[in-house]
Write a protein that binds this ligand. Structure first.
Ligand code: SF4
Length: 321
């Protein structure tokens, strides 16, 4: 079983809750999912910067296949509130267990990294912190505010947990006015008990709806992994649910199994099927859709943010005519 050092340098099993599960052999990836090994100078620089500032990235912790491409372009997604998650989703490679206390210097350290990397658009995500009274909402607000003070022109996208319905948490974060508020549904409701057992589908949908109620100017975004056993009809229903919650941007990507202890890939969805999902989603009225085997929530997030803005302007213009 995979081990790594925790924040105190002890060697720990990454997923203790999965230790007694039978192995699911990892299937060979099809030709359309080939990525280059990360070895550019920019990759190494980004890694050094993160370690120097004691920061974590979801790119590394989730073993994202796009890390070579993204970090070459100095695009990394910060993962705040530590590297240990209080949930134990069947698809996710982030280590699980009892997390440490929050680092009060983290908001300033993230802001320093954003400034050093000269980021025009930054994506901030976090582990689930169900142990905290507000689920970590106030820490998100502190990070947003530190970046706003340090680099006011940087646009901010957050990808949050569901805050476990903690009272007022979503409103508190939405009032901090991130430019994009992302919360992933991850899969279709039928698969929640096995894939996302600690979460509830309608809690996640309500979170997205609530963000728009608090501030309709914030772009909302959500993502789905496919290849877990969902049907096309189920994916279409999730799209309808997201549109009913007024979500602007949908991302769809292939689920990849991080270790033999994680959920097995049911099948590799073909690039043509991804294109067909994109067509279906556009027809349902999303402002923007990204659907491809290697699409991830934060992949090309800066470019997509520019497209989102343009799409909103075009739609407002169209409505006024
Ligand atoms: S797609 Fe997102 S998580 Fe993956 S490497 Fe790029 S920025 Fe990081």
């Amino acid at each position: 079983m995979e081990k790594n050092s925790n924040e105190e340098g002890e060697l720990k099993v990454r997923h203790p809750e999965k230790i007694n599960r039978p192995d699911n052999p990892i299937q060979r990836k099809p030709d359309w999912i080939r990525v280059k090994a990360p070895n550019s100078p920019e990759y190494l620089e980004t890694k050094e910067l993160m370690r120097g500032l004691k920061l974590h990235t979801v790119c590394e912790e989730a073993a994202c296949p796009n890390i070579g491409e993204c970090w070459k372009q100095k695009h990394a997604t910060f993962m705040i509130m530590g590297a240990t998650c209080t949930r134990a989703c069947a698809f996710c490679n982030v280590a699980t267990g009892k997390p440490n206390a929050l680092d009060p210097h983290e908001p300033d350290n993230v802001a320093t990294a954003v400034k050093t990397m000269k980021l025009h658009h930054v994506v901030i995500t976090s582990v689930d912190r169900d142990d905290l009274a507000d689920g970590g909402a106030d820490h998100f607000v502190k990070v947003i505010s530190a970046i706003r003070s340090s680099t006011p022109s940087t646009t901010i996208e957050i990808l949050t947990p569901d805050f476990m319905k903690k009272d007022g948490a979503v409103d508190h974060v939405a009032h901090a006015k991130p430019d994009v508020f992302n919360h992933n549904l991850e899969t279709v409701p039928r698969l929640y008990p096995t894939i996302r057992p600690g979460a509830r589908y309608f809690t996640s949908l309500s979170l997205l709806k609530r963000v728009k109620e608090v501030d309709p100017s914030i772009f909302t975004k959500s993502g789905l992994m496919v290849g877990l056993g969902e049907t096309r009809e189920e994916v279409g229903q999730v799209m309808d649910d997201l549109r009913a919650a007024d979500v602007d941007f949908l991302t769809i990507g292939q689920y990849l199994q991080p270790t033999p202890k994680h959920a097995a890939v049911d099948r590799f969805v073909t690039p043509e099927e991804f294109e067909s999902y994109a067509t279906l989603a556009r027809g349902k009225g999303f402002l923007l859709v990204s659907s491809s085997p290697l699409t991830r929530s934060s992949h090309h997030a800066g470019d997509d943010f520019r497209k989102l803005r343009l799409a909103r302007q075009a739609s407002l213009k169209h409505a006024a005519e």
